[in-house]
Design a protein around this ligand. Structure first.
Ligand code: TXA
Ligand code: MG
Length: 361
């Protein structure tokens, strides 16, 4: 069934928000900006609304959703109490791009939201429009990223429309999102902070917020294949995020990620680009500002300074979409340093490349 999707441009969001909040309260599904990426929201207590989110995205039902709240104190509607470490994290990063996986209070949200798990992922977004919308709706809002499953997350309202026009009730346009990558998902277990998905809050920030209260473990990076065949032998007690087993953010073409010393990347990236061009592929290079002007390829995208991975984080998903749109079917990307937001950036680049990584020694 094709729906009429209402689009509220930026200058109309003040009025739009009232209609959008009413639609949410009535079981509708509405896309809205957050400081990370656009989310597709619905009342987390309504199984019908949540079913509509999964259907619109084409999302596998065993991948649970994040519940978004307007205020930190509303977390106690979803879970009974926070541990000292969880409390410190919520204090430090809410509102903001941190998602805490917490024991769910039975009956607080539809079982579809948690995919039947006994935990619920919660975050309080920092984006004013998101907070106002959630507040006005009066509902806890379940919201995955507002893309079709397997596509890059939307960082602009037009990306949402590209994927979901006719499948959702509306989209509020708040312009381009800030961080450009999703929130950091963490679980605190046995006094340790496990990073289930690196994101907008860096490991360094987590470490400084918890201080001596807890260790912040490095995220366990596994390829989709490894996770699929995982027998749990190595770290069977490590908590997992069901979402990480799915291939995400995949561009339509092929992608190669080149890592290793940056001064050596230039010649290898150019060589791979040339090989692909000779094979008749249409090549895009994703490069840092310092190198971008030195490449020859059909398209060269400047992703921002090598010392500012936050710029590359902001533009990555839009660039992947642009490559698809323009029919650029071989992408060679330079690797960035893993420090700070670089860790999340590299995580998404690796996923987009589907494990296709060439490391220069
Ligand atoms: O920045 C974000 O987090 C965006 C915006 C819209 O808030 N949302 C987002 O949602 O990225 P989504 O659905 O694309 O990713 C949610 C992630 C998935 O990896 C999922 O498996 C994990 O959170 N997750 C949700 N509930 C969980 C739970 N109870 N336990 C472990 N992981 C969970
Ligand atoms: Mg997503």
């Amino acid at each position: 069934m094709k729906l009429k999707t209402i689009y509220w441009p930026a200058e109309q969001t003040r009025a739009g928000i009232i209609e959008a909040a009413a639609a949410l309260a009535a079981g509708g599904v509405i896309a809205f900006p957050t400081e990370t990426v656009y989310g597709l929201g619905g009342d987390a207590r309504s199984t019908e609304a949540v079913e509509r989110i999964f259907a619109a995205k084409g999302r596998p039902s065993d991948n649970p959703l994040i519940v978004h709240l307007a205020r930190s104190e509303d977390v106690y509607e979803l879970t009974d109490r926070l541990s000292e470490v969880e409390e410190a994290l919520a204090q430090a990063f809410w509102p903001g791009p941190l998602t805490l996986v917490l024991p769910v209070r039975p009956g607080a949200v539809s079982p579809l939201v948690t995919a039947g798990l006994d935990t619920v992922a919660v975050r309080v977004p920092a984006h004013e429009l998101a907070r106002a919308l959630i507040e006005k709706s009066g509902c806890p809002i379940a919201a995955p990223s507002a893309n079709r499953s397997g596509r890059p997350s939307p960082t602009q309202a037009r990306h949402v429309l590209e994927d979901l026009d006719g499948r959702i009730d509306g989209v509020l346009d708040g312009g381009a999102t800030g961080v450009g990558l999703e929130s950091t998902v963490v679980r605190v277990l046995d006094g340790k902070v496990h990073i289930l998905r690196p994101g907008g809050i860096t490991r360094e920030q987590l470490i400084s917020a918890v201080g001596s209260l807890a260790d912040v473990l490095k995220p366990v990076e596994k390829s989709p294949e490894e996770i699929g065949s995982d027998n749990g032998a190595d770290d069977e007690h490590a908590p997992r995020s069901p979402g990480v087993k799915y291939t995400h953010y995949a561009p339509k073409g092929e992608m190669l990620l080149v890592t290793g010393p940056q001064e050596k990347q230039l010649s290898i990236v150019q060589e791979k680009a040339d090989e692909a061009t000779k094979l008749g592929l249409r090549v895009a290079v994703l490069a840092c500002s310092e190198n971008a002007s030195r490449y020859r390829a059909e398209a060269v995208f400047d992703c921002g300074s090598r010392n500012e991975p936050s710029q590359a984080a902001q533009s990555l998903y839009a660039l992947l979409r642009e490559c698809d749109e323009r029919g650029l079917n071989f992408i060679v990307a330079e690797g960035y340093s893993e420090a700070g937001i670089g860790a999340a950036l590299m995580n998404r680049l690796r996923k987009a490349a589907g494990g296709n990584e060439l490391t220069i020694l």
